[in-house]
Design a protein around this ligand. Structure first.
Ligand code: NAD
Length: 332
């Protein structure tokens, strides 16, 4: 298969490229290397891919690149580029979320419509549910996002559905539930927790630790994305890890796997749902999705990767301090 991966230098995108290459696919990766978190991390992700047979990379902003020629003669477009993070999406930064999530997705859809790949796989989010009406949550439950980020992911997903029903664009939107694994974004809870455990620094916990998530291992996510691209199914499906775990349980597990974590409790932050849990029946029936990595093995893999990284860590790996900054066009 010939594939395009947007957001190829990011956490999930770089894992997806590795997986596709290991399956023998040709991959064109696209990324602007935005500075929401240290671009040095993204360059490091890319370094694992550059020079591998079948991989090419184009740096640029999807709001400006000529997409149709980039998507020509492609079997699958995996659209993962976007502005993640619920907490930074309030206030003036919302413009960046609108641009990088909604406007970019609309440009991708127009180009897919013209270029005609066999499949478009879009990385949607469990954030579209907000505080859901029922758990585990099936796709039929009405989305009620509790963050502006969730609103932009829902709008992007709805655009995919609109282009699918009106123009027959073969779009699959996968609602990803809290993806974790080595190279996770540094603003996410597991990355901060593992770093705190390995450095013996305090871990700021937002809320009482009773909030729960359906954590999903990145290896299971990227395998599912390719399976979805190969299947004839289109539509919207949940991708969860198959079990719901509280933050307190994750912290206890990390105490066992690495070191006791010094937890500093603070108030819950606006935008965080209390609970997420995916009903994954649809993904299982549609493209054979079966998550295979339990939380203990996945977290242990993160601890191992963090220890390796700490032995060779270059400067410039700081976690993001605030919301996203607008992309400077000259950097793209
Ligand atoms: P990430 O920030 O590591 O990766 C996103 C990449 O997109 C970055 O490398 C960034 O430079 C690139 N990008 C952003 N705007 C761009 C633009 N305009 N043009 C070109 N490149 C651009 O994030 P991630 O955690 O890997 O998430 C990937 C996708 O999955 C995102 O769309 C996110 O909303 C979605 N998602 C992630 C999770 C999760 O748990 N990580 C959960 C649900 C959904």
């Amino acid at each position: 298969m010939r594939s395009v991966v947007t957001g190829a230098a990011g956490f999930i995108g770089s894992h997806l490229c590795e997986h596709l290459l290991s399956c023998g696919d040709e991959v064109l990766g696209i990324d602007a290397l935005t500075d929401y978190y240290a671009p040095a991390r993204k360059r490091r992700n890319l370094a694992r891919l550059l020079g591998r047979d079948g991989f090419t990379f184009r740096r640029g902003d999807l709001l400006e690149l000529p997409l149709k020629p980039l998507f020509a003669d492609t079997d699958a477009v995996y659209h993962l580029a976007g502005q993640p993070g619920v907490r930074g999406s309030w206030g003036p930064e919302f413009t960046v979320y609108l641009e990088r999530n909604v406007l970019v997705t609309q440009r991708v859809l127009e180009a897919v419509r013209d270029a005609g790949p066999r499949r478009l796989v879009f990385a949607s989010s469990s954030s579209v549910y907000g505080d859901a009406e029922s758990y585990p949550t099936p796709e039929s439950v009405a989305p009620r996002p509790v963050s502006p980020y969730g609103v932009t992911k829902l709008a992007s997903e709805q655009l995919c559905e609109t282009y699918r029903t009106v123009f027959g664009v073969p779009a699959v939107s996968l609602r990803l539930f809290s993806v974790y694994g080595p190279r996770q974004r540094p603003d996410m809870a597991f990355a901060r927790l593992v770093e705190a455990a390995c450095t013996h620094r305090p871990f700021p916990l937002y809320g009482d630790g009773g909030q729960s998530r359906d954590f999903t291992y990145v290896g299971d996510v990227v395998t599912a994305m390719r399976s979805a691209a190969l299947s004839s199914w289109t539509g919207v499906a949940n991708l969860g890890g198959g079990s719901e775990v509280t933050m307190n349980q994750v912290i206890a597990l990390l105490d066992e796997l690495a070191a006791e974590v010094d937890v500093v409790s603070g108030p819950a932050l606006p935008g965080d749902a209390r609970r997420t849990a995916a009903d994954i029946t649809l993904a299982r029936d549609a493209f054979g999705y079966r998550p295979g990595t339990d939380i203990r093995s996945g977290l242990a893999a993160m601890v191992r990767a963090e220890r390796v990284l700490r032995r060779s860590r270059p400067e410039g790996f700081a976690a993001p301090t605030g919301g996203p900054r607008p992309l400077h066009r000259s950097q793209a």
